[in-house]
Design a protein. Structure first.
Length: 278
């Protein structure tokens, strides 16, 4: 896990850095080298907080980081596509792939940073096994998350997904067995789910950890079930094709994977956000 940030780039390589979003003139850093600028769009928690922690480290490398925060999962990709931002950091790999397929974005994954295990919450029941016959489970309208939710329920023995279906791409139509006849209500924006939980709507609510944390929930303590940390739903730095080779983007990924930032992630969120190295 340990990576050395201090020696990543020499002064000469920083001076010649062809960073995204850099003006022609640039500005001068504290050491006299040219400071390059990149703008990254991010969800408020934990993504923007992680970037804030990385900001002074990048500044030492001659890179000025601007963070634009978003409250939804649509605009960060639209703004990346239009060039309003140079990269975004809010989405996991299956969502990125679905967005590329649906909108023909020319995006690539520049590197995975962390996993946010998705959790199931309930004001009425203490475990998934306690959910009664015909219980209503509220979930987001993001189809890219449906597979991970169904996989979690299957792992608990509550449903069965059809044989041969790729689990990350599974939809509600791929449920083969549902012995308790659970009802799935999936008409909600992901950001609204914590409020539905607080209002005691439905029997259980599935909430992405970033929104849970942002609402004051503690995923490891408050959820009645949580996704395994080996989840394939890695949150990544996404960029337009070709920019993954940009030295400023590579520096950003290296810093976010550094021991200092990974320790911060573990200490700040106590396992509700899990750093990765690929």
């Amino acid at each position: 896990m340990k990576k050395t940030i201090a020696g990543l780039f020499t002064a000469a390589s920083i001076f010649t850095l062809a960073a995204c979003g850099t003006s022609d003139e640039g500005s001068q850093g504290s050491g006299g080298e040219e400071t390059k600028e990149i703008t990254v769009g991010a969800s408020n928690i934990p993504h923007a907080e992680i970037l804030e922690k990385a900001k002074p480290i990048l500044e030492e490398e001659g890179i000025e980081l601007t963070i634009d925060t978003y409250q939804d999962y649509v605009l960060p990709n639209k703004d990346l596509d239009s060039g309003e931002i140079d990269a975004n950091y809010f989405q996991h790999i299956p969502y990125l792939e679905s967005q590329i397929a649906d909108h023909e974005y020319d995006f690539v994954n520049a590197g995975g940073i962390h996993i946010e295990p998705i959790g199931v919450y309930s004001k009425k029941y203490d475990s998934l096994e306690d959910l009664p016959e015909g219980a209503t489970i509220l979930m987001s309208n993001s189809v890219a998350d449906h597979g991970r939710i169904l996989t979690l329920l299957e792992a608990k023995g509550l449903i069965k997904i059809k044989e041969g279906v790729e689990k990350t791409a599974a939809t509600l139509d791929d449920i083969e067995e549902n012995p308790k006849n659970f009802e799935f209500d999936y008409e909600y924006e992901a950001a609204l789910l914590p409020q539905l939980y607080e209002n005691e709507e439905g029997d259980a609510v599935v909430i992405n950890s970033n929104y849970a944390i942002d609402s004051g929930l503690k995923p490891l303590e408050d959820s009645i079930a949580i996704e395994d940390k080996e989840s394939p739903y890695v949150n990544v730095i996404a960029v337009n094709s070709g920019d993954e080779d940009n030295e400023a983007i590579q520096a950003l990924v290296e810093v976010l994977r550094s021991e200092e930032i990974q320790d911060f992630i573990l200490e700040e969120w106590g396992g509700a956000v899990v750093p990765v190295q690929e």
